[in-house]
Design a protein around this ligand. Sequence first.
Ligand code: PFF
Length: 466
Amino acid sequence: MSHTPGEGKHRAQWASSLGFILAAAGSAVGLGNIWKFPGKAYNGGGATFIIIYIIIVALIGTTAMMAEFVIGRHTQKNAVGALRQLNKKFSWVGGLGIFTGFLIFGYYSQVGGWVIYYIASYIICPSKIFADSQAFFYEMLGANGFPWLGAIVCPLIFMGLVIFVIIKGVEAGIEKINKVLMPALFLLLIVLTVRSVTLPGASDGLKYLLTPDFSKLDFDTVLMALGQAFFSLSLGMGIMVTYGSYLKKEENLVKNVGLVCTLDTVVALLAGFMIIPAVFATGVEPGMGGGFAFISLAGVFEKMTAGPVFGCMFYLLLFFAALTSAISIMEGTVAYVTEEKKVSRKKATALIGVSTFIIGILYTLSQLYASIKGIWFDFANGVTFPGFGDFLEFLTDRLLTPLGSLTFCIFVGWIWTTKKGIAEVERDGIYSFKLKNVWAVLVKYIAPLAILAILIGGMVFGLALS
Ligand code: PFF
């Protein structure tokens, strides 16, 4: 009898080291790198933000990623099962991560659907986008009726693709698709970056990205960079526990953490160099908020020779990035349901697909009602969320993801102990973990304190972390 990956005695494993690295990098490289990073780099002072971001990834991102990988590789279990095996009282740490992933998947698959809508539109009717990019975006969200395409059809196509890959399993599905999509993503990114930096007038953008101005450095910028780093590296949801759990024991974790973090950061930087010089060159008003990728960027493509072709390439790039990340988010939940609840992989995927899809529809509808039809939801405590969508993003990106990372770091640092974590990396002296003492200090003290700063800074002082 053939076994389904994630179930049964023989647990699924990555077939190759490269396959794992590309899958983990595929999880990390997502909407966060291409949609969010350039906007944050722009708002955070360009080079200043970039330097802070790199320091944070190198010190705290790698530390927290190692914490998740050691838990996963040691136990070879999903996030909840892994924590339960190590200490029964702490299985909720994995549960919190799974719950966060479940919520994020709802809106992530909606945005993935919008990206499909834009790929098709840049092929079929680019002039309609260029005529009024804002009206075009809102039309997709249902300004003139129910958003059938924006909330149902396109997200369903996106979700269908994710489900297709997940059902195929870890090696035949996830590993295979990442081996194709990640190189394609890099290729598209390089073509688009070269196009952007060679546009007449791009040099001002380059200067902005390369000349630090430390007078712009403040607490808010550091917190923004911290929050972005966790989201971008897919930390705090137990996804890296799950992906690490499919790793063979003979894999070198130090090398893998280094490569995944480097790839993710290189893509974010390239995305900055792809977008910011083009924005400067074309004089487009860089309102770098959520609508940036869908509204402002149309102005850039409109002014470029062969703009619709580059537009289409850009959304294809965004689509590849979103798809490989969405797959990882769903896999984290599917691994939990199949292993802990003993449900078949197909059933688990269908169940999670349907329930997160409902959350997703609410997300798009809330954008519609809050932004277009002027109905706003007021929550208590003096916080006003313009709709369920913003509430969901606030809850997941700013609260639950850092909280998840905090609990994973504290668990490894204080409960399971760094000694056992280091032993998992070293594998009886097969690998040397030269920075083990530094990692121990980082995971016990520095990373938790930094994450607490994001949480407290964001909540109490209301700093702009988006
Ligand atoms: N890292 C992804 C991005 O940058 O878009 C988003 C993400 C994926 C966050 C998976 C968390 C996660 F577990």
